[in-house]
Design a protein around this ligand. Structure first.
Ligand code: FES
Ligand code: MG
Length: 571
């Protein structure tokens, strides 16, 4: 590209008062004028925050991206955007994914940037930044922060997936508070995000399979020197992308989304993948439906033996070769000609990588589990769909009929679940309402609700659970999620009652409540829409505009792109 045509020259290439202002304040930072004279100006969009512990090493990581940008002849400028700490943000980080995406979008568009590197880690930071960047569409590469090292507790390996086991163990009396203190000290023992195939690693694999990263990005642990090298190489790559004018719309075609769905099935990725990929597709203008997730994952077996669907950790996945050997093994299924940030087809980019451990990454002809992916359920309890991840569910519950025990909201659940008089047993179907995008608001990860103590005491560890909420990517169980329309919208899910018979048949993709239409309609007549918790501020805006989970839970007015042009100057 001709240097004078660079986007950043719309600022730094100006004469007169405007150019003086744009350049002078950059010189204040010790940047000589020639750096602004036509080099690719590369933004490093950083979600570093001490409130997002998974991303706490990102200031250090950014320095390696900068070295790569400088080496390739670009000029780096690092800037912060809203960060989203999964473990601390109340009521849920998901409430703010769309807000962070707006911050990212406007920060990129409003500034003199020719390309951007997105530093992403903890769950929501990846989709938020990618969504925002897609709505601008200048050359973009993602660098993930990498998973943390495997945890340790009393001589055994642990991960954030064990939180759910520890929680049940403490509720059943098998672990006391001292045991939990000891476990928490060994759980998160290095930089990085959750060290299993939870949502953060799923998102890192998602961007790699979409072609938005260099190969190998997803699995390198955060403390491994390979992570810094990848950051350096990504800095070099974004400069080349600017020179080639290789934009997200060139990479994120419908075929790239199909690839991501197939790869997600092979790795046993998080259910949150569905909601985030739908939202990204909405920004880039690719038609993608809930049914596509079922359709494109149906023929793909589970290859990665990783928690929560399997046994191993992200660290093991890296030593086995990471995502590239999985992509390579799927070559007969994938759209191999989809291009990546390198400008080369994904099939070629991943062709030379080897699988070093068939315990961790199974061969295609001997898969770890023939069942994989996301199953999309239909029926009168989820009129516009719900999802379940069969690889994380119990085989004996995949076809199940039981009496509903309904919790009207999360407080109702917390209030009742430990009550010994609660009429519930292992055959009951637990239903949690009002944890959807609008109802909570923000759609928290509470779908894998803990079992009642009297059931746990029998040694039972799984029951059918259904909600309009989400589940942590580290979670597991026979958990039906993202039921739509959510209870707060007033469909059948809003009026299901304790005692109704629920029929789940995962193989047949059915989820029904065995109550007549007449009865359901009569119940809906007397249903009242709950009042929003607030009309004010971002949360008020969110509640008014958030779409249902089957469309990705983006804000309706954020769909699509506003491009990268800004016609007016600021002075
Ligand atoms: Fe940040 Fe799991 S809490 S990735
Ligand atoms: Mg999570």
């Amino acid at each position: 590209m001709d240097n004078n045509n660079r986007r950043s020259q719309g600022w730094f290439g100006k004469t007169g008062k405007d150019g003086l202002i744009y350049r002078s304040w950059f010189q204040k930072q010790g940047i000589p004028t020639h750096e602004m004279g036509g080099k690719p100006i590369i933004g490093i969009c950083n979600t570093w925050s001490e409130l997002t512990p998974c991303n706490s090493h990102f200031r250090d990581l950014a320095e390696f991206v900068k070295k790569g940008i400088l080496e390739a002849g670009g000029f780096p400028v690092e800037f912060p955007v809203m960060s989203l700490g999964e473990t601390v943000m109340k009521p849920t980080a998901m409430l703010f994914r769309n807000l962070a995406s707006m911050d990212t979008e406007e920060s990129i568009r409003a500034n003199p940037l020719d390309g951007v590197v997105l530093l992403c880690g903890c769950d929501k930071t990846t989709p938020a930044l990618v969504m925002g960047a897609c709505s601008v569409n200048i050359p973009t590469i993602v660098v993930s922060g990498g998973p943390m090292l495997t945890g340790r507790y009393r001589g055994s390996q642990i991960s954030t997936s064990d939180i759910w086991r520890f929680s049940e163990a403490s509720r059943s009396g098998a672990m006391n508070q001292e045991d939990l203190y000891e476990a928490e000290r060994g759980l998160c023992r290095s930089d990085g995000h959750c060290g299993v195939m939870g949502t953060a690693s799923t998102m890192a694999c998602m961007v790699e399979s979409l072609g938005l990263t260099l190969p190998g990005n997803a699995a390198i642990p955060a403390p491994d020197s390979g992570r810094r090298i990848l950051a350096h190489l990504s800095g070099m790559e974004i400069v080349k992308m600017v020179e080639k004018d290789l934009k997200p719309t060139d990479i994120l075609t419908r075929k790239a989304f199909e690839n991501a769905i197939m790869v997600n099935a092979a790795i046993g990725g998080s259910t949150n993948f569905v909601i985030h990929l739908l939202a990204i597709a909405g920004r880039i203008g690719v038609e993608l439906t809930l049914e596509d997730f079922d359709r494109f994952s149906a023929n793909i077996p589970l290859l990665a033996n990783l928690q929560p669907s399997g046994k191993y950790f992200m660290e093991d996945f890296y030593y086995a070769g990471g995502l590239p050997p999985i992509i390579h093994q799927l070559k007969d299924h994938l759209n191999n000609d989809s291009i990546t940030v390198t400008g080369l087809p994904i099939g070629d980019v991943n062709a030379s990588f080897k699988n070093y451990n068939e315990e961790v990454i199974a061969p295609l002809d001997k898969p770890f589990n023939p069942t994989s992916g996301i199953v999309v359920l239909q029926g009168n309890l989820c009129e516009t769909g719900a999802i379940i991840k069969p690889s994380a569910a119990s085989p004996h519950l995949m076809k199940h009929r039981g009496k509903a025990v309904v919790f009207d909201d999360i407080d109702d659940y917390k209030h009742k679940i430990d009550d010994p008089d609660l009429d519930i047993d292992e055959n009951s179907v637990m239903i949690l309402k009002n944890v959807g995008p609008r109802g909570y608001p923000g759609m928290p990860e509470v779908g894998n609700m803990g079992l009642p103590p009297k059931v746990l005491a029998k040694g039972i560890t799984d029951m059918v659970r259904i909600s309009d909420g989400r589940m942590s990517g580290t979670g597991f169980g026979t958990v039906v999620l993202h039921a739509t329309p959510e209870a707060a919208e007033g469909g059948n899910f809003a009026v299901v009652q304790t005692g109704d018979i629920i029929e789940l048949d995962v193989l047949a993709r059915k989820l029904n409540v065995l109550v007549s239409d007449e009865e359901l309609n009569a119940r809906k007549e007397s249903w009242k829409k709950p009042a929003p918790i607030t009309d004010r501020g971002y949360v008020g805006l969110y509640v008014r505009h958030v779409e249902q989970a089957n469309f990705g839970a983006d804000l309706d007015f954020l769909k699509g792109s506003s491009g990268s042009e800004v016609s007016k100057d600021s002075h």
